[in-house]
Design a protein around this ligand. Structure first.
Ligand SMILES: [Zn+2]
Length: 58
């Protein structure tokens, strides 16, 4: 298990803003993420951006 400054983020569809995927990024090494992933709402592959961080509220 690597220890680091990895941050859990959502990957949100750029077109409908739906948060479809969760991933982990390292903010020191990863500046901007852009992933082409399938969006169930758009029913096609769209660009997904890392959006809000996932907070461990409970
Ligand atoms: Zn979408």
């Amino acid at each position: 298990m690597p220890r680091g400054k990895n941050t859990n983020v959502y990957l949100a569809c750029k077109e409908c803003k739906m948060q479809n995927y969760k991933t982990r990024i390292n903010k020191k090494t990863t500046s901007k993420l852009g992933h082409k992933k399938y969006c169930h709402r758009c029913r096609k592959h769209t660009m997904h951006d890392s959006s809000s961080e996932i907070r461990h509220s409970n």
